[in-house]
Write a protein of this length. Sequence first.
Length: 444
Amino acid sequence: MKNNAVCHQDNQYVSLLHDLTYEAANTCVQCGYCLPACPTYESMGKESQSPRGRINLVKMAAEGKIDLQKDLAEPIDLCLGCRACEVACPVGVPYGEIYEATRQVLTFQQKEEDNKPSIGVKVRNQMLNHVFPHQKRLRLLGNATWLYQKTGVNKVARKLKLVNKVSESIGQFEKILPPVESPLKRYQFGDIFPVRGEKKATVAFFAGCIMDGMMANINRLTIELLQSVGCEVFIPKGQKCCGALHAHQGMMDGAKELAKANIEAFESSKATYFINNAGGCGAMLREYDKHFKGDPEWEKRSRRFVEKSRDITEILAQFGPLPYKKEWDGTITYQDSCHLRNVQGVADEPRELLRSVPGAHFVEMKGSDRCCASGGIYNLIHFDESMKILDDKMEHVKATNAQTIVTTNPGCLLQMKLGVERSGLENTRALHIVEVLAEACGIR
């Protein structure tokens, strides 16, 4: 029986939550198989921070028994969205769909009812609405960061802890930010990079937002690796941010608009495959069709896009071997990108590639399939919770005695770099898998 004193069923947000999530939430049988897979349940020890606990809260909110903002918002906000629970679930509960739909409803309600949003919410909204969707602005930000590093202003700012005074969490990540490559080395959208040797395929490259703006060197190395295994590479104009950050924050309208722009940009390329090198972006790209179910124009187009989408490791493994030129010195371990493993189902290819590097000693890390707690912008807005999970992760890294930690996602890469800093592992590097493979191939 509903508790009308808490919330009325005819409340528009309760009704919307019911329409979007209730049927899927009811597929959960509350068995608990998800509990050992959930990083926030392990670190916080609360049922409300487990997948089945969150799903139960969603059902109760959809039935009008609890308040959306008071009782549901925090447990959902503290979810990393790693989706390891989906892999562990014996009945196939679509947790990702429930999570994103719930975020959407909570965001709608908060936006309409909160007349004085916090500074953090304002900054988040400005970044997601006015920076990430725009390539030129992201590149301007990246170029400004290059200048900030090149002139040595970063060292002065770090010494005076200027960034930390604005945000302690941002200050922590600023000090481990890798060097941004010179703007003079940037590729241009619309460029075509010819194959080296026998042509095996034409591929279109998804540059991403953070990768294009702040880690363009990894994108450049990705293009060169693709060329080296027989791929002609085209960078479509008109592509934008994948929309994952927007979807994870409940901004589904914005996410869908970005998806439409990317589908249009890539389908005109006529490429055999659409390649990305960021696990989180790739997961969003590979689920575009789920956001357009029943749409007469976009459902088929999004499905064709998904069918062609591939992670860089899949293509390198398919078209390899890579033209290695030098021996690797030391031990390598690998940290899975949650969205590459749990959503895209790619786990073997990165390991196969790392084992193929001449001279490298690959050691599997305990819990490598468990989230590092980067979670998009989770580590910025829930810094303490994120660091607790990261510090536990770094104990497993230490046990491998690895000199190199490899990841396949920009957020994971920064998180692991911070983990190295926090753990005092002076002789350990955190690298994107593309950097490792390019270095072994003599590509700089």
